[in-house]
Design a protein around this ligand. Structure first.
Ligand SMILES: CC(C)(COP(=O)(O)OP(=O)(O)OC[C@H]1O[C@@H](n2cnc3c(N)ncnc32)[C@H](O)[C@@H]1OP(=O)(O)O)[C@@H](O)C(=O)NCCC(=O)NCCS
Length: 183
């Protein structure tokens, strides 16, 4: 099914429907997806450990407010054949070395991992941003020990600039700084 044929586009929920998955803008209810992901010690092992529910609720509300201004794409990933999201990929403004940059992040629930879902979702989101001439350059900061995430950056045409310290949710992480020019 192509993006044009996706029935959910008519009510504005489906923002992109490439083969194999559907990408939808997250809503208030999707805070539950984020709570499941971000309170899980396994999912958060490379992100400094689980976050509190209150912290996640605040972050989700901020992300939806920025999305309403067109400054953030918090997208849930729904694989074809699934009624529930497998996870998310998001492009959002963040601060790096005193500058505001657009950052991309991703999370896929354990039962959906290792099927290429994150790799495809990242590829599709970058393609959509390029087609819409949004965001210009996109940065990613996976922890240096996050094998799958560094692989996703490499496979999707990012350049690894250098290692750096990044603050995420009040923790300091040793990360690789990857960047891609979209246009
Ligand atoms: C990172 C994450 C999103 C990957 O999701 P996924 O859908 O399983 O990823 P994919 O199936 O697309 O696989 C990504 C690639 O990493 C590779 N990979 C898997 N484990 C690896 C490891 N330990 N070291 C190196 N590469 C690895 C896979 O083989 C695949 O590459 P390939 O397609 O060339 O074979 C998922 O593991 C996750 O949500 N982790 C917890 C949250 C997190 O760390 N988010 C990222 C923060 S930057």
């Amino acid at each position: 099914m192509t993006a044009r044929e996706c029935p959910a586009r008519t009510n504005g929920t489906c923002v992109y429907h490439p083969d194999g998955m559907k990408l939808e803008m997250m809503t208030e209810e999707d805070v539950e997806l984020r709570i499941r992901e971000e309170t899980d010690p396994g999912m958060m092992a490379e992100l400094g450990g689980p976050r509190s529910r209150e912290d996640i609720e605040r972050a989700h509300a901020r992300s939806l407010a920025l999305a309403a201004e067109g400054e953030c794409w918090p997208l849930k990933v729904i694989p074809d054949g699934s009624t529930s999201p497998a996870g998310e990929v998001a492009i959002f403004p963040s601060s790096h070395d005193g500058e505001t940059v657009y950052e991309i992040g991703w999370m896929i629930l354990p039962e959906f991992q290792n099927r290429g879902i994150a790799s495809q979702a990242v590829r599709e989101v970058l393609e959509k941003a390029r087609a819409e001439r949004k965001f210009g350059q996109v940065h990613a900061f996976p922890a240096v020990t996050n094998g799958p995430s560094n692989k996703i950056c490499e496979k999707n045409g990012f350049t690894n600039l250098r290692e750096c310290e990044v603050e995420f949710a009040g923790r300091r992480l040793r990360c690789n700084h990857w960047r891609i020019y979209l246009f």
